[in-house]
Design a protein around this ligand. Structure first.
Ligand SMILES: Nc1ncnc2c1ncn2[C@@H]1O[C@H](COP(=O)(O)OP(=O)(O)OP(=O)(O)O)[C@@H](O)[C@H]1O
Length: 689
């Protein structure tokens, strides 16, 4: 039977569901306050009768109290979800009839599931439930989904999308086709709140495949700017937490993200989907953990700033050399070489016990292909274990300790920096190592050194992590991935865009990354959801390599404003800010090539409005309002309106500048303004014409 056929019936049904949700919330209210009372009473009982209770009774009472608290907490969590759900209970409906059955059932799909405790009727299905996958994957007609019992095939008779806000249905769309473009358009053209939002109601088919992929050990997603990579990756995390409930929790997932502002920007999404937020850290924190404060190092941001400030050919050469897979192979070859050749055994005489050189060689070879320090320790343990004193007894602890020290000394050097320097002599390129100062590394040396350290000393891997998510993959080199593969043996989702590198001298494409993870599955996303067609067409001319395809959403043409002087350009920037303030838009990004330029503009415009923020690498908040920042910092973020100043020929000139300008322009959702004085950059001059 077809239920709720007409819009009027749907509106009525929504009213019923809202009432039933409200009733469930009230019931939970009672449950929570009863539990609260029970806990207080139970604690009071234990306290009052402390003297009379034996230890077993006290323990049993404590267990009882903690179980009651646990029930109470679960009820509070459930209530929190229902309170959210009651505002917009569902966004989709599919009517499905499995093969061999006559009756079709209607399945309403929402951000969470809702089933009434007394009837146990499933009134709303979680978007991650197996049956909900059909909403994203199929049109009206033949359909199937993978249930725990196997593949269920059948037919979808009806598919609807709803926009419900504050318990009221704003619209309802019959969508015999894919997730309806009209709904997607409405979602995308809305003014956005300060942070990234969930996209459950309009997940696209190609995105759903990624979100629900349970099998890939490594999944690499190359997606053009605005294709939803980050959104999809976060929804994938939410899906995996749902699918593997019981074995996977948010504590088992790590996200490597580019900076704290980005971490803050995406921090809404998982809680909106009812999941806990997840630990995020940067590659530099990882390096600091591995180098344990023994070395200081330049940050990636400082390296990028050094490269954007001036062209330093030897520096570029050093960076480029260390950004290849061949370099990782050279490090491997060197580590194998020193393991073979830098160990020089000699006969040992410890407290009248003679240990022959041949025995030491044998033990060293038998210790296998493990990190060098561990190999030496294993060798010493075997030698000490088999050595006997003159009475045939085992050696005393002091003698064992001496053997360990002496065997370590047989290795040429275990000093990391000395070994790293030796590496460059080994490959015949000593000029490729340049310290910033004593024990202070250039950024391009940080991960080679960490990698070598792991090969020499071993590492404590992150065993509790069951899924690792790496965003902005293009900014990390093969040696960084090689480090990740040694530290994290878990499943990985790696995402990025090779056209959005802030440092083209060390950027990695999907092909490079696959060399580290040869069994990885790869996916490409080409459709961009963020920006209007006009902005995408503009950006595509800046970077013709990008395969970016816009979705059908129109807006104003990007504007390029020319001035004769800096004062004139500043007036243009201020004018664009005023236009933004007069519009409905809520976020404006002023994106400069460098942080120094961002600081300069910021200094000139703070009097226009009270809420203007300068984002730099020490910032940790994404704000609603006006943000001034660099291209590097803006990566991964988006703004409704974007102003890109200083688009003159001397500022945007190199390959690296082109990449930065592309990043800046693709941050814009609805409108884009470029300003310059003097001669305009050749990257945009032909577009102007
Ligand atoms: N299926 C979708 N439905 C609605 N909005 C979507 C969808 N996919 C992506 N978006 C929106 O498109 C914008 C870009 O998404 P996101 O930031 O995840 O893309 P990205 O590929 O990580 O971008 P970039 O690499 O440029 O930083 C966001 O506003 C996001 O909400």
């Amino acid at each position: 039977m077809i239920v709720n056929q007409t819009e009027a019936e749907e509106r009525q049904y929504l009213g019923t569901i809202v009432s039933r949700l409200k009733k469930a919330i009230r019931l939970l209210d009672n449950k929570i306050s009863t539990t609260h009372h029970e806990v207080i009473e139970a604690k009071k009982y234990v306290w009052d009768n402390m003297a009379g209770l034996d230890p077993a009774e006290r323990a049993a009472n404590r267990v009882e109290i903690s179980l009651t608290i646990d029930h109470g907490e679960k009820a509070v969590d459930k209530q929190k979800r229902l309170r959210k759900l009651v505002e917009a209970p569902y966004f989709g409906r599919v009517d499905f009839v499995p093969d061999g059955r006559a009756e079709r059932d209607a399945y309403y799909i929402g951000v969470y599931a809702f089933n009434e405790e007394d009837s146990q009727e499933n009134l709303i299905y979680d978007w991650r439930a197996p049956i909900a996958s059909m909403f994203y994957d199929f049109n009206v007609g033949e359909a199937s989904y993978s249930a725990p019992a196997g593949m269920i095939e059948g037919e979808i008779g009806l598919k609807r999308q709803f926009k419900i806000k504050d318990q009221v249905m704003e619209y309802m769309i019959e969508s015999s086709m894919n997730i309806n473009d009209e709904v997607l358009q409405k979602e995308l053209s809305q003014t956005s709140d300060e942070k990234m939002r969930n996209i459950v109601a309009t997940i696209q088919k190609e995105q759903n495949v990624i979100i629900r992929n349970e099998y890939s050990h490594e999944l690499i997603i190359q997606g053009v700017a605005g294709s939803g990579k980050t959104s999809v990756a976060l929804h994938r995390v939410a899906f995996l937490l749902y699918r593997f409930k019981g074995t996977l929790t948010s504590d088992n997932i790590f996200i490597i993200s580019p900076n704290k502002v980005f971490a803050n920007y995406i921090s809404n999404v998982l809680p909106e989907l009812g999941e806990e937020n997840i630990v995020q850290f940067g590659f530099e924190e990882l390096a600091a953990r591995e180098l344990e404060g023994v070395f200081e190092f330049q940050t990636f941001n400082e390296q990028v700033t050094e490269l954007t400030d001036s062209r330093n050919e030897p520096l570029i050469e050093r960076i480029k050399y260390k950004a290849t897979m061949d370099f990782v192979h050279e490090l491997d070859r060197f580590a194998a070489h020193i393991r073979e050749n830098d160990f020089t055994p000699v006969e040992l005489i410890i407290e009248d016990t003679r240990i022959g050189k041949a025995d030491i060689i044998r033990a060293y070879q038998a210790a296998g292909n493990v990190p060098i320090k561990q190999k030496l320790e294993k060798t010493a343990t075997v030698i000490a274990g088999s050595a006997r004193d003159e009475n045939g007894g085992r050696l005393r602890p002091a003698a064992v300790k001496k053997i360990k020290t002496d065997i370590k000394r047989m290795f040429k050097s275990l000093n990391l920096l000395a070994i790293y320097k030796d590496f460059y002599h080994f490959i015949g390129k000593p000029e490729l190592l340049k310290l910033k100062k004593a024990r202070m590394l250039e950024f391009s040396d940080v991960f080679p050194l960490v990698y070598l350290k792991i090969l020499v000393e071993g590492a404590k891997s992150f065993d509790s992590v069951k899924h690792l998510l790496v965003d902005e993959m293009q900014d990390y080199t093969p040696v960084q991935y090689a480090v990740l593969s040694l530290l994290f043996t878990c499943k990985k989702t790696v995402l990025g865009d090779s056209n959005q590198s802030v440092n083209p001298y060390s950027s990695s494409s999907i092909t490079e990354i696959q060399k580290v993870f040869p069994k990885a599955d790869t996916v490409e996303l080409l459709k961009s959801y963020r920006s209007t067609i006009e902005i995408i067409n503009f950006a595509r001319q800046i970077n013709p390599n990008s395969k970016i395809v816009p979705i059908e959403r129109h807006g104003l043409l990007p504007r390029i404003k020319k001035s004769e002087s800096w004062a004139g350009e500043l007036t243009d920037v201020k004018q664009a800010i005023t236009e933004f303030l007069d519009s409905d838009h809520r976020s404006l990004g002023i994106v400069c090539k460098t942080q120094a330029q961002a600081k300069r503009i910021y200094g000139e415009i703070t009097d226009i409005h009270k809420d203007i923020y300068l984002l730099d690498f020490s910032s940790d908040q994404f704000h609603e309002g006006i943000m001034v920042t660099s291209c590097h910092m803006a990566k991964g973020l988006e703004f409704e309106h974007v102003i890109v100043p200083f688009v003159d020929v001397s500022n945007y000139m190199t390959k690296m500048d082109r990449s930065l300008l592309y990043i800046a322009c693709t941050r814009a959702m609805h409108t884009l303004t470029l300003t310059f004085h003097g001669e305009q950059s050749s990257f945009v001059s032909s577009i102007g014409a």
